[in-house]
Write a protein that binds this ligand. Structure first.
Ligand SMILES: Cc1ncc(C[n+]2csc(CCOP(=O)(O)OP(=O)(O)O)c2C)c(N)n1
Ligand code: SF4
Length: 433
């Protein structure tokens, strides 16, 4: 860290660099390498250095930042997400970036659902206006479900009072109303055509007025494990059950990080945390399994440092799934007391998976509709020592020092809990249950 006045000369270089035109991504953005050609719309957060939460948020903004909305539960993610007076979420050269807001710790899932429903209402109205220009009646389809698509034939397009180009653009928009991929391009095409031919035509002007809603939003609901597993759980469960197209992302630090590391239902057996000073006695709740029981919720557990490919796949699948999604992401934190240091958190995520402490999987209901097993276990058979992993973190290692008599039994229990979980996932992956 250097005094600000010694660095001011560097500012001109930064201004020059950020004003350079952004080049088109030469690769598929849904690949690990391709994603990194995308501009992050999350920078300079106020998180602890090495925080396991922020890299996930940065990656999501690289994929969907120009059209994403975030409802953020109170917790570290709301603090590094809005370290007033600065804000790490930013916009691109076109002025597009994530829309972000924080409500309460206890109502964040409902808050995000409200954001989604508000936008859905506006987009449905837009669809009705477009349909009326196209002489289509879509009211019945709109009433049926949210992820609806529309089609109209070439013959139906003949005789319309708009140009064939605008009619084709409207048709493409209606047919892909709920598809995120390419939504910005479809919207831009309509806006350019409307600017040239809307004139004084009332409905075309109404569509133009609501042009910001042509783009399909990517609705995210962010929060920590204290929110998702405990205090916001009732709301989270309700929102997942609605079947609406929202993406829930849980930064699982296994404690209430922002208030100093209190134990949550995500804290595993044996971990020392506030309110569990002699090591937690009960096992970690399996939030993913609870959500999977609905059958129509996309669920994934990820760990970025262990498998970046799987992380990216899960995020892309969750976003594309036309229903509720839940991603539970392993996030190392200063509260864990990582002995290797906070510069090694990505490696710590890998170690957690290698020893079977954390399992990676994806449950995709779309596969079930195709007659396939919806559950994919992405973790391999554990190869590393579970106990060595525990001893690399003060939250576990200090139990042995402080309560040597009780520690052994709790360490054995936490390993057994993790292996039982893994066995359950293996059975699901083999289609056994
Ligand atoms: C109803 C309510 N209870 C308690 C708090 C205090 N509080 C704010 S953030 C937080 C911890 C959040 O923990 P978690 O959800 O795990 O997120 P993390 O900080 O770990 O990212 C708590 C207890 C609050 N804001 N509202
Ligand atoms: S306390 Fe933990 S979760 Fe919060 S910013 Fe620091 S490392 Fe990240």
């Amino acid at each position: 860290m250097k005094p600000l006045e010694t660095q001011l000369d560097e500012a001109a270089k930064w201004d020059y660099a950020v004003a350079l035109p952004v080049k088109a991504n030469p690769m598929n953005k849904n690949t690990v390498k391709g994603s990194q050609f995308e501009e992050p719309m999350f920078e300079f957060s106020g998180a602890c250095s090495g925080c396991g939460e922020t890299p996930y948020a940065k990656l999501i903004t690289q994929l969907y930042g120009d059209r994403m909305m975030v409802a953020n539960a109170t917790g570290c993610s709301s603090i590094w997400g809005a370290s007033a007076p600065s804000m790490p979420y930013c916009k691109n050269q076109k002025g597009h970036g994530p829309a972000w807001a924080n409500s309460l710790f206890e109502d964040n899932a409902e808050f995000g659902l409200g954001m989604y429903l508000g936008v859905k209402q506006m987009r449905d109205r837009l669809a009705m206006d477009i349909a009326s220009v196209m002489n289509l009646d879509i009211s019945e389809q709109l009433a049926k479900c949210s992820a609806i698509t529309f089609e109209c034939t070439d013959a139906e397009m003949e005789g319309l009072s708009i140009s064939p180009e605008l009619a084709a653009a409207f048709r493409e928009w209606l047919a892909n109303k709920e598809v995120g991929e390419g939504t910005r391009e479809r919207a831009d095409k309509i806006i350019a055509l409307l600017e040239a031919e809307k004139g004084n035509e009332v409905v075309l002007n109404e569509i133009y007025k609501n042009k910001d809603f042509l783009v399909k939003r990517s609705q995210w609901i962010f929060g920590g494990d204290g929110w998702a597993y405990d205090i916001g759980y009732g709301g989270l469960d309700h929102v997942l059950a609605t079947g609406e197209d929202v993406n829930v992302f849980v930064f699982d630090t296994e404690v209430y990080s922002n208030t100093g590391g209190q134990s949550s239902k995500a804290t595993p057996t044996a971990a020392i945390a506030k309110f569990a000073a002699s090591g937690k006695k009960t096992k970690k709740k399996d939030l993913g399994m609870m959500a999977m029981s609905y059958g129509y919720v996309y669920v994934a557990q990820i760990s970025m440092g262990a498998d970046k490919n799987q992380t990216l796949k899960a995020i892309a699948e969750a976003e594309a799934y036309p229903g509720p999604s839940l991603i539970i992401a392993y996030a190392p934190c200063i509260n864990h007391g990582i002995k290797a240091g906070m510069g090694m958190t990505q490696n710590e995520m890998k170690k957690a998976v290698d020893c079977g402490y954390w399992a990676m999987y994806r449950f995709n209901p779309t596969l079930k509709e195709e007659g396939k097993n919806p559950f994919t276990l992405d973790s391999k058979e554990p190869t590393a020592s579970f106990r060595e992993y525990l001893m690399g973190e003060v939250r576990y290692a200090s139990l042995a020092a402080q309560f040597p008599d009780a520690a052994e039994a709790l360490f054995e229990k936490t390993e057994k809990d993790a292996m039982e979980r893994l066995e359950k996932y293996k059975k699901l992956a083999s289609g056994d249950c």
